[in-house]
Design a protein around this ligand. Structure first.
Ligand SMILES: *[C@@H]1O[C@H](CO)[C@@H](O)[C@H](O)[C@H]1NC(C)=O
Ligand SMILES: *[C@@H]1O[C@H](CO)[C@@H](O)[C@H](O)[C@H]1NC(C)=O
Ligand SMILES: *[C@@H]1O[C@H](CO)[C@@H](O)[C@H](O)[C@H]1NC(C)=O
Ligand SMILES: *[C@@H]1O[C@H](CO)[C@@H](O)[C@H](O)[C@H]1NC(C)=O
Ligand SMILES: *[C@@H]1O[C@H](CO)[C@@H](O)[C@H](O)[C@H]1NC(C)=O
Length: 419
């Protein structure tokens, strides 16, 4: 009997050790993968530094106390959801609901939160790598009670999705996320466990993930958690605009879409600083960037005519030169309140230049034009040679020579109505 007990005890200790061993392997694996793969991602925002430091509790647990506490997972999920529901209610105190403005009838949190049958305000920003979307994504996330679906196509790595066979799969995945349905998104969720930037930009989710790491990548937690949020934002840098119509078409989403465009010379210059770019034609070749810009222009003309109230284009440069009025206009378009928290974000992120290339803390007025100094005139000519059709459509002027390049204003005008 005692023998049996001690055998049982040994077995339990063994199992506990195995679990710890596996857990430590996984943490180590995730940390090293992150080092390798981190720069792959459009990670130009300093992510909270304490992530990955999940070395506490069970790893340090004394071996003799094998009492692994029983955690009632259902209860834990319910508790986190209730807590977040309160946090959202706090963030929404005094909120200026649309109540008919911007074509949105919602007058209360209930009208917007999916969990109470509401229709959330959904925003989608479509663009490509290094076009200023990190900044815009963070501006949208500075709005109260926002759930940020940050670049949900990260697991496709460095490629553009332009057509089948990938298009349908990618679109249906994004639709599922916009509906807060995480069931069947196993690849996405597994990827997220090893690439923390997938969730770290979603600050409200990430705060809970740090406390409840066992829940963070599980559909049974994520779906109801996401459904608490009255505002759902998404940015994608890998899906070309033609495919984005699938979202505008879908009345159940009622999404508003913004295409963010940037001068290809600025994009190319910015991508040069990224180690993940060079070996991937979709990122490294100006000709591909610019054929995408031309295709996006054609799609934009069409969407602008078809969905005048739910589709908009903005150039990164225009937004950067006038961040306050620019963001205010965009918030009007999206049906979002230009809340004091947004204003505060702009106050702290558009005026000073700190944090290096990966930061959204910078002087927004000069950031878009660095390429004029950083690229040689020969490099600029090489880009312009393949990009002039895109530049002509989007209203970017050619640099005529080296002197001109250094101090001209590259911004001309563009129009989405064909004359
Ligand atoms: C990890 O977290 C612990 C406690 O949360 C802290 O004391 C320690 O300094 C952290 N280590 C690193 C490397 O951040
Ligand atoms: C876990 O918590 C849920 C909800 O509070 C409760 O219904 C269930 O009975 C609990 N399960 C166990 C095994 O304690
Ligand atoms: C969520 O997605 C899964 C997989 O596509 C589907 O089977 C399920 O019906 C969806 N659930 C809801 C509530 O729409
Ligand atoms: C509001 O929606 C209606 C119908 O969808 C549309 O005709 C109208 O132009 C929209 N107005 C604004 C300001 O978006
Ligand atoms: C450079 O281009 C500008 C603008 O086209 C022109 O006015 C100027 O004369 C050119 N300078 C030289 C050295 O060619």
């Amino acid at each position: 009997m005692t023998r049996r007990l001690s055998a049982c005890r040994a077995l339990l200790i063994g199992a506990a050790c195995l679990i710890m061993l596996l857990a430590s392997h996984r943490l180590a694996g995730s940390a090293s993968m992150q080092r390798v793969a981190g720069p792959l991602l459009e990670l130009d925002h300093p992510v909270p530094t304490n992530h990955g430091n999940w070395s506490n509790n069970e790893l340090e647990q004394d071996d003799s106390s094998i009492a692994i506490p029983f955690v009632n997972r259902t209860r834990e999920i319910q508790d986190v959801i209730s807590e977040q529901r309160l946090l959202i209610a706090q963030e929404m105190e005094g909120y200026n609901y649309p109540d008919g403005q911007h074509n949105i009838t919602a007058k209360s949190l209930q009208d917007l939160a999916p969990e109470s049958g509401g229709q959330p305000i959904r925003t989608l920003v479509a663009t490509t790598w290094r076009s200023g979307s990190t900044f815009l994504g963070d501006v949208l996330n500075s709005h109260p009670a926002n759930f940020y679906h940050y670049e949900p196509l990260l697991d496709y790595e460095i490629m553009q999705i332009r057509e089948e066979p990938l298009a349908s799969e990618a679109v249906s995945k994004l639709k599922a996320l916009l509906h807060c349905n995480y069931t069947g998104l196993d690849r996405y969720l597994t990827y997220g466990q090893y690439h923390i930037e997938l969730f770290a930009h979603n600050t409200r989710l990430w705060a809970q993930c740090q406390e409840h790491r066992d829940l963070c990548w599980s559909p049974d937690f994520l779906s109801p958690f996401c459904r608490l949020f009255p505002f759902q934002s998404m940015k994608v840098v890998r899906l070309r605009l033609k495919l984005v119509e699938e979202f505008l078409k879908d009345p159940s989403l009622n999404v508003r879409v913004l295409l963010l465009v940037r001068d290809p010379r600025g994009t190319v210059q910015s991508r040069k600083h990224r180690v993940w770019c060079p070996n991937h034609p979709d990122c490294a070749e100006p000709a591909l960037l610019c054929s995408d810009l031309v295709a996006d222009y054609s799609a934009a003309v069409e969407l602008n005519a078809k969905y005048p109230n739910r589709f908009r284009v903005v150039r990164y440069e225009d937004l950067s030169v006038e961040p306050y009025t620019g963001v205010q206009d965009l918030f009007d378009f999206f049906g979002l309140d230009f809340h004091p928290s947004v204003q505060q974000f702009l106050d702290t992120h558009t005026k000073v230049d700190v944090g290096g290339v990966s930061s959204t803390y910078r002087n927004s007025k000069s950031a878009p034009f660095h390429w004029r100094q950083d690229l040689s005139h020969q490099e600029v000519r090489n880009i312009q040679r393949v990009c002039w059709p895109a530049m002509e459509r989007w209203g970017y002027l050619l640099a005529a020579n080296s002197t001109h390049q250094h101090d001209f204003n590259p911004l001309g005008s563009f129009s989405l109505t064909l004359t």
